[in-house]
Design a protein around this ligand. Sequence first.
Ligand code: AHM
Ligand code: MG
Length: 335
Amino acid sequence: MSRVTLSRYLIEQTRSHNTPADLRFLIEVVARACKEISHAVSKGALGGVLGSMGTENVQGEVQKKLDVISNEILLEANEWGGHLAGMASEEMDNAYQIPGKYPKGAYLLVFDPLDGSSNIDVNVSVGTIFSVLRCPDRNGAEGDLGEEAFLQPGTEQVAAGYAIYGPQTMLMLTLGDGVMGFTLDREMGSFVLTHDNIRVPESTAEFAINMSNQRHWEAPVQRYVSELLAGKEGPLGKNYNMRWIASMVADVHRILTRGGLFMYPRDAREPEKPGKLRLMYEANPMSMLIEQAGGAATNGSQRILDIQPTSLHQRVAVFLGSKEEVERVTAYHQN
Ligand code: AHM
Ligand code: MG
C-alpha cells in the first residue's frame, strides 16, 4: 500500500472537506519549519545549540539558544508565503507583523516554538505547539495588527497541533475532524501518516502532575491527588501510576497514545497568575487535540476552549486527558 504523506493527506482534505488551499499551504510550511527545528535540536552539542542565550522572554523566563533559533525558523518560514496576517509566540512580547514587502493572508499563527525547553540540555523530548485562527475582518484598516485580533476563544481555532522531537519526530494535527499522527521519515524528508484517527481512552489509571508544588495547591486538587495516591484502598478503588516529563508535548503525547490525565493547576505561588501554562499557544491547541481525540480539557471550572482570552500571554490552569478523570477533578472544583 502506498504511504500517505502529510502533503497527500492535506490535498485529500482539500478535496473531501473543502479545506482551503491556503490553510493547506500554512500547515505544510509549519511542518517544514518543524523539520528544520527537529534537525537543529538533534545536533545538540555538535551544533553548538545547547545552553542559554543570557536573555529573558516577556514572561521573565531565561531563553535557551534553541528557543530563539526555533522562533526564528518559524517566523522566517511563515512570513513570506501570503497565508498569514500575523503571528504571535511565547518568545515575543507583541504580535509579529508580516513585513510590508510580503502579501498578507487570512490566518493568524500562534506558537510555542520550543516547549519544554528546560529539557533540551538533558536530551529529553521537547516540541513545537501551534494554533491557527482566522484573522478577524479589519474593515480595511491599515497599519499594525494589534493583539486584539488574536484574542479569540479556542473554539475558533481552525487547526492545531504539535511536533514532538523525541526518539521519533512526529507531527500531531487536527483540522477539526479528528487527530492524525505523522512520523518523520528522515531519509525521505517527509511526514508519513502512521496514526490514523487517534482516540484517548475514556478511563485511565495514569496521571501527570508536578508533585513538588503540592503544598501550594488549592483544596480540590489536594483532595483529588490524595485520592489517586490512596490507590485500591482509597475512595477511587484502583491503583494509579504517575509520570511527569516536564515537557507538555511529551506528556500530552503519552496521553494521546495510551490515555492519562495531565494537570497543571493554579497554585498559591503567584496568586495573580492562574497557573503556569499559557492559554493561547499551549492550553488551547492541546485542548483542541485532546477533545478531537475524544478526551476533555478544563481549567477546573470551565472548558478551556470556551475561555475568552484577555491577553496574548495569559495563563490558565489545565486539566486534560481521559474524560472520566477530567470530569472527576472538575467536579471536585465545583463542590
Ligand atoms: P516552557 O514553555 O517555558 O517550556 O514551559 C512549559 C513547560 C511545559 O512543557 C511543562 O508541562 C511545564 O512547563 C513543566 O513545568 P515544571 O517545570 O513546573 O515541571
Ligand atoms: Mg511552553
